[in-house]
Write a new protein. Structure first.
Length: 80
């Protein structure tokens, strides 16, 4: 599984990274989280606003900060 956080470093982007790492830890998953901060790379994912959450190269959330529960659900869905 591959998880990416799309964002240039704004507080919401940092919060999404924190929430995602917490969710993965609580789910006892050892998954690397990659931060994509370069605007050109972020634009490759065709999102209108950051932060963005990408799991296995699929954008599952963008332009908002999902709750930890929602992040866990998104991760679980990507694993099945």
């Amino acid at each position: 599984m591959e998880v990416k956080i799309l964002g240039t470093g704004c507080p919401r982007c940092k919060r999404l990274e924190h929430v995602t790492r917490e969710a993965l830890a609580e789910m006892d998953l050892d998954v690397s989280v990659t931060k994509v901060t370069e605007l050109d790379e972020i634009m490759d994912y065709d999102i209108a606003a950051t932060p963005g959450l990408v799991i296995n190269e699929k954008v599952v959330s963008s332009g908002r900060l999902p709750s930890k529960t929602e992040v866990k659900t998104l991760i679980s869905e990507a694993r099945s």
